[in-house]
Ligand binder design. Structure first.
Ligand code: NAD
Length: 459
């Protein structure tokens, strides 16, 4: 296996060196083909996602296929402009010159993706790397085999093998791929595996994007519109069965509004998924036994105010609210990544700070409040990847906003123009004119030291 991986990488490198991928017309042509193949197979993709973890058609359309198509459309529309060298202001020390930033592809890119949004988290980085002129080796998650199968069909229909190759397989495949030398690695997954990827990349000084996870706080203060907050939180939390990297992980709320909030939250969950969410067409399952067991353990010895129903035969966990878990409880140890929502009361801003800063920098933070000064303070005070005021998840959907973490929730960002920028090296070029050659910089320096000190004052 590892010999053939080596061979494929060598062939991809040879293909990259042939300069074909640097042709913008070629890039646009394959992106257009990719767009139409996805569109053609949209129903098949939704079916695959349903078969993998009962993801509903609506959620598959909005969060997987339509999202991917919109990003590809944006790449096609802007590609020529983004590829053009950018002229920047020349510096006085280089006079006379024209200074430029050229965008060049890194070369051979490795993309490793997770299972929770298995289509878009593989296809958006793939399309972006291709738009920037790279070749790609893609390793989708082993836990969503139906989606991976469609991805292979699409990639085979659109790309020649030297340009893009999909490697199916689990951890071992990933480990073999990580032993190779890549020009760029784009990884989406857990913080722990992110560290393994970062270490492997460091061996060859390979640049990386790491899109990781975290424990995302959601603050609801006493001035918030409680009913609307409950509705927007329930949507963002239970979308994809809570298996979303930017889902609100836990609620922080003052005790005086907690009762009302819990009432509205329960109403909203029941309105959305019925009294028996297991029968709902819109509520997905947990991806596998390992995650089912991990989540089921979080329910032990807790005060469950809604849900808490599990069925191992289908990896089903109902939307669940836990009231006031202890700081050292299982549910508060790590990112939950499932349909369980702890609600914790805070009594002061100091208390809020104590809870939030006891975890690493999260991927998202959400604030529900009507107080402008409080909102401003929270945004400034805490470091997190991105977030929303009076909403959840919505930061993901605007292509003009960077999507990525900070600290242990990630390195780098993408979406919109950053899709192209992430996979492009910026090459700085000074084009010097010959009609003038200022003698100052040349030795012997002698009395020029005096002049050098004077010049400093000009900048
Ligand atoms: P994961 O880290 O277990 O797996 C991700 C990928 O890495 C898979 O393709 C897997 O095969 C591979 N992998 C697993 N263990 C490995 C190892 N030891 N060495 C090399 N490769 C390995 O993550 P997951 O369970 O698929 O996804 C859930 C996690 O991903 C959550 O923590 C979530 O927050 C995070 N996530 C982040 C984003 C984001 O955009 N920031 C998006 C989705 C998911």
């Amino acid at each position: 296996m590892s010999a053939s991986i080596k061979e494929i990488i060598i062939n991809q490198r040879t293909f990259f060196n042939s300069q074909q991928t640097k042709d913008i017309t070629f890039r646009k042509k394959v992106l257009k083909k990719l767009y139409s193949e996805i569109l053609k197979r949209e129903k098949q993709i939704c079916d695959a996602l349903y078969n993998d973890f009962k993801k509903s058609e609506f959620e598959s359309l909005i969060s997987e296929t339509q999202f991917t198509l919109a990003e590809i459309k944006d790449l096609i529309k802007n590609l020529k402009r983004w590829c053009e060298p950018e002229r920047v202001l020349a510096s006085l020390t280089n006079f006379p010159s024209q200074d430029w930033i050229y965008k060049e592809p890194y070369g051979t890119v490795l993309i490793i993706s997770p299972w929770n949004y298995p289509f878009q988290l593989a296809m958006v980085p793939l399309a972006s790397a291709i738009a920037a002129g790279n070749t790609v080796a893609l390793k989708p998650s082993e836990f969503t085999p139906n989606t991976s199968h469609i991805i292979i069909q699409i990639v085979t229909a659109v790309f020649n093998k030297l340009h893009v190759t999909v490697f199916e397989g689990g951890v071992e495949t990933s480990q073999i791929l990580l032993k190779e030398k890549w020009d760029y690695i784009f990884f989406t997954g857990s913080t722990n595996v992110g560290k393994i990827v970062y270490k492997a990349a460091a061996e060859n000084l390979t640049p990386v994007t790491l899109e990781l996870g975290g424990k995302n706080p959601c603050i609801v203060d006493e001035t918030a519109n409680i009913k609307l907050a409950a509705k927007r939180i329930a949507w963002g939390k239970f979308l994809n069965g809570g298996q979303t990297c930017i889902a609100p992980d836990y609620i922080l709320i003052p005790p005086q509004v907690k009762f009302d909030f819990l009432k509205e939250l329960k109403n909203e969950i029941t309105r959305a998924y019925g009294t028996e969410p297991k029968k709902s067409q819109d509520f997905p399952r947990i991806i596998n036994k390992k995650n089912f067991d991990r989540l089921a353990k979080m329910l032990e010895n807790e005060t469950i105010v809604l849900g808490g129903i599990t069925d191992e035969s289908e990896f089903y966990i109902s939307p669940t609210i836990i009231d006031e878990p202890k700081p050292d409880s299982e549910v508060m140890k790590d990112e939950i990544f499932g349909p369980i929502l702890p609600v914790i009361s805070y009594t002061s801003e100091e208390h809020l700070e104590e809870i939030i800063t006891s975890y690493n920098k999260p991927l998202s933070l959400y604030i529900f409040s009507a107080r402008k000064s409080f909102i401003k303070k929270m945004i400034k005070k805490y470091s997190f990847g991105g977030g929303c005021v009076n909403d959840t998840i919505a930061n993901f959907t605007n292509k003009n906003l960077p999507f990525g973490g900070v600290g242990s929730s990630g390195i780098g960002a993408y979406h919109g123009k950053m899709n192209f920028d992430t996979f492009s090296h910026k090459k700085a070029i000074v084009k010097k004119a010959n009609w003038l050659d200022i003698p100052l910089r040349y030795a012997p320096y002698g009395k020029k030291i005096w002049l050098a000190k004077k010049i400093r004052k000009l900048f």
